[in-house]
Design a protein around this ligand. Structure first.
Ligand code: NI
Length: 387
């Protein structure tokens, strides 16, 4: 079965929603306009219940099928944009300086709205669909906040599904994998404190820059010497700032920030332990002091076997095929939802476009019918009407 005919009919309308959202990007929990637009549309579609303010600016819509079955499936899209200056030059480009839909969440929101419209029109399923629109996927933990607000319990969600567009994969083609899929994305901060002074008299100082440079280099041995080489781990220091603003002043301190990406709890524990040992040990050796903060952010996002198999079957029905997806060292807030309920997250091709989080990226509207069809088929096949 190819894409559903109804989505070919709705393609222009859903594209218009997508471009409207694209033109008005909102960051983190500030998705006020987008959330209001989503809630208004869900009410227009005739959803049985529309609730705002879940996880601050999250929106939930409930659609009951014609069958009275007790099964409840959650479908989730993210709504937030990124703090990037858009360079696409498209006529519906961001009107908000410094903000841009550079991860395609505009497309995700529009596609789930399209599916909600169809499902509310047809209701050809036996059970209940809960459509979930979350803010703050890009680092704010909006999915976790929705869960903390009782999302799963309040609507009795039993299974949960999510989707992300994927540049470099053919338009509308799907890929998925079972088990660990997206990495845990943790945040590290290290402050090295020494003793500042005149750059011409280093012997009278404890130079934190030289010490911090050794720490930065040594942290790379966590991946190369401590972790099992078969496993996946990334340790990246991305910000390195000394307290000196001058070319001839040895600073008092150096502040480093970075991230750790892992696919298992073993490596996550290992990284946390080794970063502290390396930073503190090297600092001691230099007569300096290192203060390490390791903050656990998004956990590993792991797909559940049964739901992954089902999601792939639906993808094959829609697009004819479903490939094995690669491991992704990026983080994904949907991880919190998959920790609470069994479910699956799938990647859908965005074609040959710039990559996500790039100022030239744009969601591919040609993918809309396939994405909407996948959502609708998940519901109709998982909760089929009797007879
Ligand atoms: Ni994204």
């Amino acid at each position: 079965m190819p894409v559903k005919n109804r989505f070919a009919e709705l393609h222009d309308e859903i594209t218009a929603w997508r471009r409207d959202i694209h033109e008005h990007p909102e960051i983190l929990f500030e998705t006020h306009r987008t959330s209001a637009l989503v809630a208004e549309k869900l009410k227009d579609f005739g959803c049985d219940e529309v609730v705002t303010g879940i996880g601050r600016t999250g929106v939930v819509g409930v659609i009951k099928g014609r069958g009275q079955g007790g099964k409840v499936i959650g479908l989730r899209a993210d709504m937030d944009a990124l703090p990037i200056e858009e360079q696409t030059g498209v006529e519906y480009a961001s009107k908000t300086p410094g903000a841009m839909h550079a991860c395609g969440h505009d497309g995700h929101t529009a596609m789930l709205l399209g599916a909600a419209k169809y499902l509310a029109e047809t209701r050809n399923f036996d059970g209940t669909v809960v459509v979930i629109f979350q803010p703050a996927e890009e680092g704010g933990g909006g999915g976790k906040e929705m869960c903390d607000d009782g999302l799963m319990e309040r609507w009795g969600v039993q299974e949960i599904y999510g989707m992300h567009n994927w540049p470099g994969q053919p338009v509308g083609a799907f890929s998925i994998r079972s088990g660990a899929f997206f990495a845990a994305a943790d945040h590290i901060e290290i402050t090295v404190t020494g003793k500042g002074g005149h750059a011409a008299k280093p012997h009278e100082t404890i130079d934190p820059t030289v010490c911090a440079a050794q720490i930065l280099t040594a942290l790379q041995t966590i991946a190369s010497r401590n972790a099992d080489p078969i496993s996946q781990i990334v340790v990246s220091i991305c910000s390195f700032q000394t307290s000196s603003k001058s070319f001839n002043v040895i600073p008092t301190s150096v502040h480093m920030m970075g991230t750790v990406r892992t696919m298992s709890n073993e490596n996550r524990d290992l990284a946390e332990k080794r970063i502290a040992e390396i930073a503190e040990g090297i600092a001691t050796g230099f007569g300096a002091k290192a203060e390490v903060h390791y903050k656990r952010n998004y956990p590993v996002m792991a797909n559940h076997d049964e739901q992954t198999e089902f999601a792939a079957e639906v993808a094959r029905a829609v697009s004819g095929d479903c490939n094995e997806a690669p491991l992704v060292m990026g983080g994904e807030d949907f991880a919190f939802m998959l920790e609470e309920r069994p479910g699956a997250y799938i990647l859908m091709g965005n074609g040959d476009t710039a990559n996500v989080h790039h100022p030239l990226y744009n969601f591919n509207d040609e993918a809309i019918p396939a994405g909407c069809s996948w959502w609708a088929e998940i519901v109709e096949r998982r909760m089929p009407l009797a007879g």
